[in-house]
Design a protein around this ligand. Sequence first.
Ligand code: SAM
Length: 677
Amino acid sequence: MGRKAKNKQAAPTPLVGSDLDRRRDKGKRKAPSGSDNRKSLKAAKGVNAKSSKDRQRRLQPRVKKVDVVDDDDSDIEDALRPGELSDDQEEIPVKKVKKGKKPATTGSDEDDLPSRPIKQIEFSDSEDDTGGDDERLPPGQHTFDLDEAPEDDGDFDSQEEDDFDLVSDEEMNSDEDSAFASSGAEEDVDMDENDLPPPHLRPNPIPTDEEGGPISTNLEDDLDHQGFTLPAVERGGEQEDYEAGTSLKEVESRMRWLIGVCSGKQEKTSNGLPGRSRSDHLLQLQHDIATYFGYNLFLVNKLMKLFIVDEAIAFFEANESPRPVTIRANTLRTRRRDLAQTLSNRGVVLEPIGKWSKVGLQVFESPVPVGATPEYLAGHYMLQSASSFLPVIALAPQPEERILDMASAPGGKTTYISALMQNTGIVFANDSNKQRTKSLTANVHRLGCKNVVVCNYDAREFPKVLGGFDRVLLDAPCSGTGVISKDQSVKVNKTERDFQLLAHLQKQLLLCALDSVNPNSTTGGYVVYSTCSVTVDENEAVVDYALRKRPHCKLVDTGLEFGVEGFKAFEGKTFHDNLSLTRRYYPHKHNMDGFFVAKFKIGKRAKKETEKEEEPQRMINAEGEVVIQPSNVTMFNAEEDEQLIKESKRKHLKSKGIKLSKPRSDAHTTSTAVKTR
Ligand SMILES: C[S@@+](CC[C@H](N)C(=O)[O-])C[C@H]1O[C@@H](n2cnc3c(N)ncnc32)[C@H](O)[C@@H]1O
């Protein structure tokens, strides 16, 4: 099983300090052995995923297993990441690189990275528990036919003119044409203690100076250009496959120097090349990051806009190492304490994930594959990334509610919702990918969720399929820029067009989610929108769009204890003030997959808005058939449903020759059924 392979990985290694820290420390370290560092930059010849993996493997340092995650643990301090020096490696001679230095070698085949045409968008998710083998797609992948995609946002208007009157991208981006203001970014990423996860889940902090500003390395004096050149600037910013004769080691040296030059303060330009601006140096830095970490230039550019320079490097570095392995105790079958005891009897080293979760456990070391223990097979836990707990915590499902999980496969969040509802009420677990609903169904069964109905619609058909929910979770298909450490192909397979299409789909889905909620719900009336992506296009911009299109819906506090506030402005565009209520999670800050969470409260529509909605709608009856109903009956009627369900059960058993004398009064609605159109 893939899962088994996953569990063969070294124990999760919390992030250690950035390379900048290491450089302060470099006297203690020895030199790298030649071979790894002498690969030439023949490398960057259009990168493909496989080669990117090779590159990562090659760059991946030896990671020691750790017994506990503890900032003081010397094992952790010694765990290395790309670009760091192991004890038996030659020290990278940053200062010794001289102008016109000869290329170290001519490189190797390993570094030849052919480009690949992009035909499909690949959606990402953060779940590990993808169920069965055969039917399973690589994590998060869902094919999407570009030919079926609209040309631009404007086309979507034809589908449902008023409701989906998408703002064109031009309109979205036409506000002041300002370059990314680093000061704004700095404000947005600042965190106080309350923003942070518990200490053992934290990566080392991004280096800052005494005043808390970006680090001013004490290397600045000797960082003067030292013979470095800016070849990317000289060739007019064009991305080149490789710079003839430049080794990866040299790129790294230049990159480190450029970080010092570009890290936020204009004055530092003086340490750069005379006559070259900060943006020249920044351009070269982007090229070097793309080459060194194996990204396409477009994505480096996009991601760097989210952070100040030092933090951007911390983000790229964090994507080179796996996040901690975490599991969620399934309270439908066990208690966390009992599970921890049983697993620890099997030699698994684990501890609670942190105060913010009562069901999460972090696995540090395991002599057995965590995805194949008897407890796993018996459904006592789900292999689930820590960040994917967050949208469900924000959703806060209540017993007896009606909940829709719009894009739910393979079911990490569905099964958590079901457990929080203690197997009462009903959860509609939908996914448009039929193949993926198989692993969803398998997980639902394994974890003993009896209040889940699996269905297979394009979620844009809701609420016409079914509406009137107390709560809706939209864990949207996304680019996966928050889970690059799990899926390195994201580094090279995303284009501008992919982001446009994804944002377009996410906007459509979010409006459908908002429209599927019963505003009169006495217990709920909420929608949670989440992605495992960190780009603003897929997060704040989508939420802001929905707020404008659905004025009766407003953002509310997610209730999450930590996380960075969402952007209120980005690249000259201002979002709704309440975007600060949304939360962002980053691998380098929270030692979790990158994630975004927003929570909406659905109010009553103004009369003008309601008038548009007189179309008949479809709903599923107790027989699992789709029936057409006038729109005003889409709200659930609990008593009526109960009767219908009982009747349906009776008929089902009768058809099998079983006669029930008296129906059980405590029987809950349904077990799993797959409904396809
Ligand atoms: C991020 S994953 C969901 C992960 C899931 N929530 C979990 O916790 O296990 C996104 C899912 O959206 C599904 N999807 C993509 N487009 C969809 C659409 N139009 N309607 C419904 N589901 C869709 C994909 O098949 C994929 O399973």
